[in-house]
Design a protein around this ligand. Structure first.
Ligand code: GTP
Ligand code: MG
Length: 329
């Protein structure tokens, strides 16, 4: 017998799919049950809805009990940039964090292992990049804080499970779900956004589990569906293949340069460079070192690219990777 669902029911179902918190989802499910025509043809849907409502009630209780439930997670930026690791369930997000940093996230062969964001610092030469592992995103599941974390990041890493037939669809679901929150994962954000309400986040794609059968085939399908402009990195956290290239690509995709500072009459501090956006100026560097330094800035001396050693420059001098700068106030 056909279910003959009403437009009102379909509307409630649509709202359920868009809902982000357990509470919102529960309300939508209750509304769906209320609006569902009750006859023989909808018995199965009724039973499914009742079971989903009971699961969701538990979820709401959990959120209430947990001190972090419903609260937004904000991880302060550290190092040369913040990269948020995204993907469907089981794609290998936590495995990537574990391989590239000293963090020890839980890794398991079942979905939804990660429930909270976890940061770790990835070394790249003499700087560090902050990576944040996150819970999986699916058609029906996005933590309330996840959208804003992605929007605030400098870069996203979308992990695709190339060891599973559903891996590519799962990655599409991640992009679709975030797009519903006006957050677009793109290979290169536009210089001038057409719509200021939409935030584009620069994204690298990691094709993980390349050690598994048929992964090559899925990789070509992935490349085909994304188009040639997308950077797709094949890798395997199990064998380690592609991991060092990923480390390099993550750093380089941040588009920053390293600058070393020195005090007058002393050698440069070569241990802990500052990082500033590519094409950044001496004045930008002053702001990164300390906000007050920009106000006190008079001139700077530079050792490095395109200058003679110790050349005095003005505030708008554009810096290069590896430059040494002495700021005079
Ligand atoms: N064969 C193979 N298995 C992998 C690879 N990377 C991760 N795995 C396995 O895949 C499973 C899931 O890995 P996780 O790192 O927990 O995946 P996740 O994306 O963090 O999963 P959730 O937190 O549940 O979303 C684990 O059993 C890993 O050992 C890989 O490159 N090859
Ligand atoms: Mg995980």
């Amino acid at each position: 017998m056909p279910a003959n669902l009403t437009p009102q029911y379909n509307e409630a179902e649509h709202a359920f799919k868009k809902a982000t918190t357990a509470e919102e989802k529960l309300n939508c499910l209750k509304k769906m049950l209320q609006l569902l025509p009750k006859h023989k043809g909808t018995e199965k849907i009724q039973a499914e809805l009742k079971s989903k409502i009971s699961d969701m009630k538990e979820e709401v209780e959990k959120e209430k009990k947990s001190p972090k439930g419903g609260v937004s997670f904000k991880i302060p930026k550290q190092g040369a940039g913040q990269v948020v690791i995204l993907g469907g369930p089981n794609a290998g997000k936590s495995s990537i964090l574990a391989k590239l940093t000293k963090a020890t996230p839980e890794i398991a062969p079942y979905p939804f292992t990660t429930r909270e964001p976890q940061p770790g610092m990835m070394a790249w030469q003499d700087v560090h990049v902050q990576l944040i592992d996150t819970p999986p995103i699916t058609k029906d599941y996005l933590e309330s804080w996840q959208g804003s974390m992605v929007r605030g990041a400098d870069l996203a890493l979308l992990v695709v499970d190339c060891g599973d037939d559903d891996g590519l669809t799962a990655a599409d679901d991640v992009r679709d779900k975030l797009a519903q929150q006006k957050t677009l994962l793109v290979h290169q954000p536009p210089a001038e956004p057409a719509d200021p309400r939409i935030q584009s986040v620069k994204t690298l794609v990691a094709a993980n589990k390349m050690d598994l059968p048929d992964a090559e085939l899925r990789l070509s399908l992935l490349r085909e569906s994304l188009g040639p402009e997308w950077p797709v990195l094949p890798l395997s956290t199990t064998t380690g293949a592609g991991m060092e290239e990923l480390r390099d690509r993550l750093y380089h995709s941040l588009d920053v340069i390293r600058v070393y500072t020195k005090q007058p009459g002393k050698p440069a501090d070569k241990n802990s460079p500052f990082t500033i956006p590519r094409s950044g100026t001496v004045f930008d560097l002053a702001g990164v070192i300390h906000r007050d330094l920009q106000g006190q800035f008079k001139s700077a001396r530079i050792w490095g690219t395109g200058v003679f050693d110790g050349q005095t420059v003005k505030r708008d001098h554009v810096l290069h990777d590896g430059d040494i700068v002495e700021i005079h106030t």
